[in-house]
Design a protein around this ligand. Structure first.
Ligand code: PMP
Length: 281
């Protein structure tokens, strides 16, 4: 099994310096990309988001995104990965431990590896449950940084309650979930938190918005409350690899009929057709 280490594909081993800033400060950015039929899905979109994250934290990417793209495709081929994910992170590099950014000659450290993972179609078809958790994160959730401790704590709460996700709220406002975006459906219209500093603008979220557009489904990129969520006709989450999962129960309260609704079912169908189109090239 191979990994990408800076610009080289090498045998996977532990090459990380103990003073790597990703390790010590969570000072870095990352992406998780789904791989279907040996092809990374929406890779360009992930790389554009990576470039944006880098800009927002003033991290100079060591190589242009198109070079990174070639390397990631090479890695997937080297590892013979058919279905799974690519994990890629870029830290600000290794330097003596001081909080401020290190000297300009300290280069960022890029790593990427793959993990084989089957698609969980059962959970898409049958749905899952979620819990609520207060969103205790910082005010730049739009940047995909390595600082995930609040997300980790929220997901732990979900798992301890046999739920797939923790849906986060800041006061009354639903933001997103610990590792996914949240949509609700009410009277035939969809609602999802606007892509501002309070959420990560998911690649899957954006695809769902495009799909809704082509299906003439009205989406309101507006905030909504916990009460709206609990009274919704349908609730679903979106994320890489999970794709679209209906949420049938939140904190033990049944959503709508308690079964996957017509809107989410249609979106799952369309989404499957779409990535099959993209990967069959
Ligand atoms: N929000 C958060 C907090 C996430 O970590 C993720 C990614 N797992 C998402 C949303 C979904 O983003 P994407 O569709 O790009 O995977």
């Amino acid at each position: 099994n191979k990994m990408l280490y800076n610009d080289q594909i090498v045998e996977r081993e532990n090459l990380i310096n103990i003073e790597d800033r990703g390790y010590q400060f969570g000072d870095g950015i990352y992406e998780v990309i789904g791989v279907y039929d040996g092809k990374p899905l929406m890779l360009d979109e992930h790389l554009v988001r990576l470039e944006r994250s880098a800009r927002e934290v003033q991290l100079n990417l060591p190589s242009p995104a198109n070079e990174l793209k070639t390397k990631l495709e090479e890695l997937v081929a080297e590892n013979g990965l058919n279905e799974g994910i690519i994990y890629m992170q870029i830290s600000r590099g290794a330097a003596p431990r001081w909080h401020e950014y290190p000297a300009k000659d300290v280069l960022p450290v890029t790593i990427a590896y793959t993990r084989a993972e089957e698609r969980e179609t059962a959970v898409e078809d049958e749905g899952a449950t979620a819990v609520l958790a207060e969103d205790i994160r910082w005010l730049r959730c739009d940047i995909k940084t390595l600082n995930l401790l609040p997300n980790v704590m929220a997901k732990q709460k979900a798992v301890e309650n046999n739920a797939i996700e923790a849906i986060l709220h800041r006061g009354e406002t639903v933001t997103e979930a610990s590792a996914s975006n949240v949509f609700i459906v009410k009277d035939g219209e969809l609602y999802t938190h606007p892509a501002d500093n309070f959420i990560l603008n998911g690649i899957t979220r954006r695809k769902v918005l495009q799909l809704c557009d082509s299906l003439n489904l009205k989406v309101n990129e507006e905030t909504y409350t916990v009460d709206d969520l609990l009274k919704a006709d349908e609730v679903f989450i979106t994320a890489t690899k999970l794709d679209i999962v209906p949420i049938l129960e939140v904190d033990g309260k049944k959503i709508g009929t308690g079964k996957p609704g017509p809107v989410v079912k249609q979106l799952i169908r369309e989404f499957r057709a779409l990535y099959m189109d993209e990967t069959v090239k």
